[in-house]
Write a protein that binds this ligand. Structure first.
Ligand code: FES
Length: 132
């Protein structure tokens, strides 16, 4: 089953189709829609960081380094007209709901730009030895 999804790239960077996730990955000055799936155990590569050389993404779950070339190979066909992108997703379930959203993507940050924010899914940790 193939699905056609229309994205406004000014407002959307993530596509959810049933249990499948895709995110916009900026590579070599181009925007690609790639699978948000780590080959180790399916972690969210959209939340990864690039290595210092920019050639790999480090999965936030267990630290597997995935080559950006391999990530780019998961890109799906996308035709752009300005900020509008028409995406063709193949192999999706016929009745799977499709959601197009915007979420913060850390994979596109340069490696030097370390975030000091705690991801929303993780609790703040008290420093070692601190008592509450
Ligand atoms: S799921 Fe990515 S390193 Fe384990």
């Amino acid at each position: 089953m193939s699905r056609v999804v229309v994205m406004d790239l000014r407002r959307h960077n993530t596509v959810l189709v049933g249990h499948e996730r895709y995110f916009i990955f900026a590579a070599d000055g181009r925007k690609l829609l790639v699978r948000d799936w780590c080959p180790h155990r399916g972690g969210p590569l959209s939340l990864s960081r690039q290595t210092a050389d920019g050639r790999r993404l480090v999965c936030p779950w267990h630290g597997t380094k995935v080559g950006t070339a391999a990530v780019k190979r998961t890109s799906v066909p996308m035709v752009r007209s300005g900020d509008e992108a028409v995406v063709l997703l193949t192999g999706t379930e016929a009745d799977a709901p499709v959601t197009v959203i915007h979420k913060r993507i850390l994979a596109n940050l340069p490696p030097e730009a370390e975030s000091t924010e705690t991801p929303a899914c993780l609790p703040e940790r008290a420093p070692a030895g601190a008592h509450e």
